[in-house]
Design a binder for this molecule. Structure first.
Ligand code: FE2
Ligand code: FE2
Length: 190
């Protein structure tokens, strides 16, 4: 399965806006190059990276009606941590609207914000590509980038730690899955 961005460009750009769309293209490219290093399927990485933010709508007020349309339920955990909604919603959109049925790709989209314990190589690649793509200008991205091209699990531990630190700094709710993921990578890297 090859990614044909022309097929989706207009529709997705309308949904997420040009800036977000360009980020999705950069994540797609970054995921592809990580896949090459780690001998993962490059086409799948490219596809998962491309669609990972397809539910990050520029107009947030459209989210409830979209959820209703595709029968997507927002859980209590999602209500407390709204920034995770677009990941799970994105996987459902990718399947229902963009005809992607590969389990690993859909999981990589679902878990790209929180992470989870024992992620597949593709899931880690998309999570990290999102964190390190060249448009990321925070200093942590540089360190995560070096780590990501050396050791995916160490890079996961670092990126999850940074995400949690940022959530604490801004006094936001931390989704349980982020904590579980962070503890998992902390332990396996010991
Ligand atoms: Fe995202
Ligand atoms: Fe993203």
């Amino acid at each position: 399965m090859k990614l044909d961005t022309k097929k989706f460009e207009k529709e997705i750009k309308d949904k997420v806006g040009t800036k977000r769309y360009d980020h999705m293209l950069r994540v797609s490219k970054e995921a592809k190059s990580l896949a090459k290093i780690y001998e993962e399927d490059e086409d799948k990485a490219e596809i998962a990276g491309y669609f990972h933010d397809c539910a990050k709508l520029k107009d947030k007020s459209e989210i409830p009606s979209l959820c209703q349309k595709i029968d997507f339920e927002i859980t209590d955990e999602m209500k407390k941590a709204p920034s995770i909604i677009h990941s799970f919603l994105g996987a459902v959109l990718a399947e229902k609207l963009y005809d992607i049925h590969d389990e690993d790709i859909l999981n990589a989209i679902s878990w790209h914000t929180t992470g989870r314990p024992n992620m597949s190589t593709l899931e880690k690649i998309v999570f990290l590509a999102d964190y390190i793509e060249p448009g990321r200008d925070y200093p942590e991205a540089k360190k995560a980038r070096t780590l990501a091209y050396k050791n995916l699990d160490k890079a996961m531990e670092y990126a999850l730690n940074q995400n949690i630190l940022n959530l604490i700094d801004s006094n936001k709710y931390i989704a349980m899955e982020s904590v579980n993921a962070r503890n998992y990578y902390l332990e396996i890297n010991r």
